[in-house]
Design a protein around this ligand. Structure first.
Ligand code: GRF
Length: 203
């Protein structure tokens, strides 16, 4: 079973999808903490309503962040981290302590349309401006850069000629809610290995 810390700065719909998958028995995990860099977030509200430890980084000085986070993660028994709309780079010490045990979900097909500044509607506007015929969602392992680690799972959605960023975002979000719990279950089952910066999934 994964003891998950979910890092989420925003509304928290992926956190809810993960929680729902656990309730339905599709994901063998327990959410041991929800952590946000913003004091007011839907994800923290959800955690509080569900008796999950809710931690905010907003009062922690930048230089203390790395050690504070590592201490909190150890305290809550976290053995796996999932970023779900977390708007900040994880400190290097956390990345290295949880190497290959941190995932992120991105609302496009990486390695395109990722990196610093590529979040929310910026991603979908860039995808539409590119003229691409498909978009999708990517779950990947996290390293020291935004949106860069080895890809774990991707799924496509079609793009219509008259699509808007809002409609595309909604279509992609639906896929995100499916592939994030599915990807995490691969880790819970010990099926993911990483070599040469690529993952392979044991069947
Ligand atoms: C999602 O689109 C995710 O791909 C991106 O941030 C958004 C978070 O949405 N990284 P939510 O807070 O899970 O609803």
């Amino acid at each position: 079973m994964l003891h998950l810390a979910v890092f989420a700065s925003g509304r928290g719909s992926n956190l809810r999808a993960i929680d729902q998958a656990i309730t339905d028995g599709r994901l063998d995990a327990r959410v041991v903490a929800v952590i946000s860099n913003r004091a007011a977030s839907g994800a923290l509200d959800f955690a509080r309503e569900h008796g999950i430890p809710a931690l905010s980084l907003s009062e922690i000085a930048a230089e203390a962040e790395d050690s504070w986070l590592q201490e909190q993660l150890a305290k809550c028994g976290c053995d796996f981290i999932s970023l779900a709309g977390y708007m900040k780079l994880l400190p290097a010490g956390v990345v290295s302590a949880y190497r290959h045990r941190i995932t992120n979900i991105h609302p496009a097909l990486l390695p395109s349309f990722g990196g610093k500044g590529m979040f929310g509607r910026h991603v979908h506007e860039a995808v539409l401006a590119s003229g691409a015929k498909v978009s999708g969602a990517t779950v990947h392992l996290v390293d020291e850069e935004y949106d860069r680690g080895p890809i774990v799972m991707q799924r496509c959605v079609p793009i219509a000629d008259d699509d808007t960023a809002e409609r595309l975002a909604a279509r992609v979000l639906e896929i995100e809610h499916r592939i994030y719990p599915e990807s995490l279950q691969l880790f819970a089952d010990g099926r993911v290995t990483v070599r040469d910066n690529k993952t392979s999934i044991r069947s």
